[in-house]
Design a binder for this molecule. Structure first.
Ligand SMILES: NC(=O)C1=CN([C@@H]2O[C@H](COP(=O)(O)OP(=O)(O)OC[C@H]3O[C@@H](n4cnc5c(N)ncnc54)[C@H](OP(=O)(O)O)[C@@H]3O)[C@@H](O)[C@H]2O)C=CC1
Ligand SMILES: CC(C)CCC[C@@H](C)[C@H]1CC[C@H]2C3=CC=C4C[C@@H](O)CC[C@]4(C)[C@H]3CC[C@]12C
Length: 470
């Protein structure tokens, strides 16, 4: 009985089983039905909506996003951080083509990253089962790779500065070349991924939608591997998420070379580095998120991690190099404290979800037995599986509460730039839009997967993002 109550927590309030009156079996068949009904390629979708979704939006995004990263760099570097003067200057100015130094630096980094990814040890971890029943296997060496990379960077900096009088801050001076190189290489890499997905797919989770543009944009494969390397682990973690903190260090070093210690740069740098360190500490958990479970290796995620993350995620630090601000000790300490608290809450929320699943609900959440829903779902093969939805702790406040500290943190590391320009808030604005959209995407995905088990969760935790409001 205890197990059944845990499985259907609303049972004691609603005598007929589920909170919405359905039995567990009815819940399961509703999950099956909603999976069929909400298939984006189902005939219920109008031709126009399908065209907008599968062709028009990808084309518009692929045309605009490469320019977007260049615009962010241009605003910080050539327009003193002011979006207002961008139009005029962009017409008059020119972006430099890549020089061998930058191409060599980037190629060297890729070789280094692939090498540490291959040779550093890590325990074997498993990703969530895919609709086709495949269970992805990973080597959990993200933290080791990250630490090795950061230590190597600072050692190399020391050697270059001491013995060759060269500073890695040439990467800041030539950052337009960095972005142009990435913008040339990444779409070509995505063509390779498209062809690979067509001709030699790594597993059955993938396939064509019938629309070549959508296939290129969205990707052909969920878990492609090339020469034994997991492509998404490389693009998302070993490239995007590692190049970001490296750039933050390069920009901080540039600021130090120009003005010595600047407390606003210190706040921005520290919070971003702590956040990225936390990411690698939790990397195995990242394998259970939408990016990995749902997003195929195509332009969206691969170009995004190879170009957009270096270009936009590190853009506050880029701006701060030319805009030093003296905050003073009280404000510095206050922002650091709020930032670290936000990182902790976000991390703890991700951890609660993982812990409750890995212990099969036998753990404490905020010192109490967790409130859980044992939600059943159906694989493509018709096989039934079970998963746990946590409805207490941070996941009891709202269904995507962890996005709030994520956004607040980005604000805390941007606000040291003060309010002269909008540009340093580009990342916060993008992130807020992304996470609100993502909360809708995840709701659709989960209600499709879990049917009325998800409805039970929504009944228990009625607010999507902001507790008591929305
Ligand atoms: N800085 C950035 O650009 C971004 C950062 N993030 C951060 O990345 C982290 C991961 O976020 P995100 O990828 O959005 O994914 P989530 O951590 O929100 O994971 C979503 C998945 O978790 C499962 N789930 C949903 N609700 C519950 C629940 N109540 N109990 C247990 N499992 C549940 C579902 O998967 P299942 O199928 O397994 O049930 C769902 O699809 C967060 O910390 C977020 O803030 C996210 C996006 C962008
Ligand atoms: C085409 C672009 C407009 C959009 C690009 C999108 C991707 C680059 C990003 C979409 C989701 C992002 C992430 C999700 C979750 C993450 C965990 C967090 O702890 C660190 C950041 C990140 C890995 C983040 C990275 C960029 C995205 C994949």
């Amino acid at each position: 009985m205890t197990a059944r109550l845990a499985a259907f927590p609303a049972m004691d309030r609603h005598k007929n089983g589920c909170s919405n009156g359905a039995t567990p079996d009815e819940c399961l068949s509703s999950a099956r039905q909603s999976q069929r009904d909400e298939n984006p390629h189902s005939s219920k979708m109008t031709v126009l909506r399908r065209f907008a979704h599968s062709t028009l939006s990808p084309v518009l995004l692929m045309l605009s996003t490469p320019n977007w990263v260049m615009l962010v760099w241009f605003t910080a570097f050539r327009c003193d951080g002011s979006y207002a003067c961008v139009g005029q200057l962009f017409r008059e100015s020119q972006v430099n083509a890549p020089t061998p130094l930058i191409v060599f630096t980037l190629a060297g980094y890729v070789v280094f990253a692939l090498t540490v990814m291959r040779i550093l040890p890590g325990k074997t971890v498993y990703g969530p089962v895919t609709p086709k029943g495949h269970v992805p296997v990973y080597k959990d060496n993200g933290f080791a790779c990250f630490v090795t990379t950061m230590v190597t960077f600072w050692l190399l900096t020391f050697v270059l500065k001491t013995f060759f009088a060269v500073s890695p801050t040439y990467i800041f001076d030539k950052f337009d070349e960095v972005l142009v190189t990435l913008n040339i290489f990444s779409p070509i890499f995505c063509v390779f991924l498209y062809l690979k997905g067509r001709l030699a797919p790594s597993c059955t989770d993938g396939g064509s939608s019938g629309n070549i543009i959508f296939d290129y944009f969205w990707g052909m494969e969920l878990y492609p591997r090339v020469l034994g390397f997991d492509v998404k682990v490389f693009t998302n973690c070993r490239f995007g998420m590692t190049v970001w903190p490296l750039l933050v260090c390069v920009f901080a070093l540039k600021s130090y070379e120009l003005y010595g210690f600047v407390d606003s740069m210190f706040v921005t740098t520290t919070l971003q580095l702590v956040y990225c360190t936390k990411f690698f500490w939790w990397e195995a958990g990242y394998m259970n998120t939408i990016d990995i479970m749902m997003d195929r290796a195509g332009y969206y995620i691969c170009w995004g991690c190879l170009v957009f993350v270096p270009g936009v995620y590190a853009s506050v630090s880029l701006y701060m190099v030319n805009h030093p601000v003296h905050l003073g000790l009280p404000l510095t300490t206050f922002l650091l404290a709020l930032g670290v608290l936000s990182i902790y809450i976000n991390y703890d929320a991700d951890k609660q979800k993982l812990q409750v699943r890995s212990s099969d609900g036998r753990c404490l959440v905020w010192g109490r037995k967790p409130s859980i829903i044992r939600a059943k779902y159906v694989l493509d093969s018709g096989e039934t599986r079970e998963s746990i939805l946590l409805a207490s702790g941070w996941w009891g406040l709202s269904r995507h509460f962890h996005y709030i500290p994520e956004i607040l943190l980005a604000f805390f590391w941007s606000v040291p730039a003060l309010f002269h320009d909008v540009m340093p808030y580009t990342y916060v604005i993008y992130l807020t839009t992304l996470l609100i959209h993502r909360s809708f995407r995840d709701e659709t995905k989960c209600s499709r997967k879990y049917g009325c088990f998800w409805k039970q969760y929504r009944d228990l935790v009625p607010h999507k993002l902001f507790p008591f409001i929305f």
